[in-house]
Ligand binder design. Structure first.
Ligand SMILES: [Zn+2]
Ligand SMILES: [Zn+2]
Length: 234
């Protein structure tokens, strides 16, 4: 118990630091209002929003504890520096995101099923123009959050990788999901685009992926953001 309490403090402080940096660092390189607001921005967080955000941050301490414990005990996760290979680093790194988004897309589509939507996922969509980064990203119903978090563990379970890659996957995942809920236009061609998730907040029946639009392209639910489909002005 004392170790878990210490672990929780470290994770919660880390989350606060990440939330701060996700808004502050890109500001030096990107326009903080590059993605135009097209829906109603949730200006004031209600007690329910704040309770969900706080609860979900505490859930993250449990998820990261289980992820660390799994990596420590699983014979499929390498720890030694000398055990690093192309397969368990570079290839595993990309595979983790692909596998994660496969399950996340399915989960996200289930959340949008008529009849179920209003009980869980509607809460996240009452913010039509996310801007707060991490706070808007984790402002979801606790059931939605816990399944989304443990999909990371499912991906690590499926893809044998190096412990460092598993850690990078989880931390980078938190950063990218937070960036998806800012107005920064940050894109890596074919891999990641903050505008794609903004499009989902405007048109909830498209772009179900969290990190990549790969599965949306496969399932035919990918619709590019107007800024992505428009040719750049000279
Ligand atoms: Zn969202
Ligand atoms: Zn949604």
């Amino acid at each position: 118990m004392p170790e878990y309490a210490l672990w929780s403090v470290v994770i919660l402080l880390g989350l606060e630091l990440m939330s701060y940096l996700v808004n502050e660092i890109p500001q030096r390189f990107f326009n903080p209002s590059a993605i135009p607001i097209r829906g109603k921005h949730l200006d004031v967080l209600s007690w329910k929003d704040i309770s969900f955000i706080t609860w979900n941050k505490f859930t993250t301490t449990l998820f990261t504890y289980h992820a660390l414990r799994f990596c420590w005990l699983s014979p499929r996760i390498a720890w030694g520096w000398s055990e690093m290979t192309i397969l368990n680093t570079v290839i595993a790194f990309f595979s983790l995101f692909v596998v994660y988004d496969f399950f996340y897309c399915i989960w996200h589509r289930i959340l949008h099923v008529r009849g179920l939507y209003k009980f869980i996922h509607k809460h996240h969509h009452h913010q039509a123009a996310p801007s707060r980064g991490n706070a808007d990203a984790v402002n979801v119903h606790p059931i939605e959050f816990i399944v989304g978090e443990y999909c990371h563990l499912l991906a690590i379970f499926i893809i044998p990788c190096h412990a460092v890659v598993a850690a990078v996957f989880v931390v980078l995942g938190g950063i990218l999901a937070s960036l998806n809920h800012t107005r920064y236009d940050i894109a890596v061609p074919l891999l990641f685009d903050t505008k794609a998730h903004d499009q989902h907040h405007v048109i909830p029946t498209v772009n179900y992926g969290q990190y990549t639009m790969l599965w949306d392209r496969v399932f035919g639910t990918y619709v590019p953001h107007p800024l992505s489909s428009r040719p750049k002005a000279e």
